[in-house]
Design a protein around this ligand. Structure first.
Ligand SMILES: [Zn+2]
Length: 122
């Protein structure tokens, strides 16, 4: 009789594990689909950037070196040369606490960020 309950318990455990594996397979498929979507968007953005750069270079005389210098300058605006566009810390005009340049309002006192220009690509 003990064997019967042991086998029953084992079958129950196997069923739980099979269900868990099915969920993992479904989650993996969803993640792969999202990665494919992001890859497609990055490819399109890369193509668009390349086209824009060619137009700018052809019509203005700006060089590849100019572009690299500007990329480096923008990269360093947050104080870190990491190949990413960061946001410099700024002081809130109302409370004086440090907030991010990209924030529309101060996270401490809700004062409007006093940056001079509106960010086109936040
Ligand atoms: Zn503030």
């Amino acid at each position: 009789m003990d064997d019967f309950f042991w086998d029953l318990f084992q079958q129950f455990q196997i069923g739980k594990i099979e269900k868990s594996a099915d969920h993992a397979v479904a989650a993996s498929a969803r993640a792969q689909a999202e990665v494919s979507t992001v890859d497609a968007r990055i490819d399109r953005l890369s193509l668009m950037c390349f086209a824009m750069w060619e137009l700018v270079r052809e019509r203005t005389g700006v060089t590849d070196i100019d572009l690299m210098k500007k990329m480096h300058e923008i990269d360093l605006r947050d104080g870190v040369a990491d190949g990413k566009r960061g946001f410099a810390p700024v002081k809130c005009a109302n409370c004086g606490k440090t907030i991010s340049e990209k924030d529309e309002i101060c996270i401490y006192c809700a004062q409007q960020n006093a940056r001079k220009t509106k960010l086109i690509f936040p």
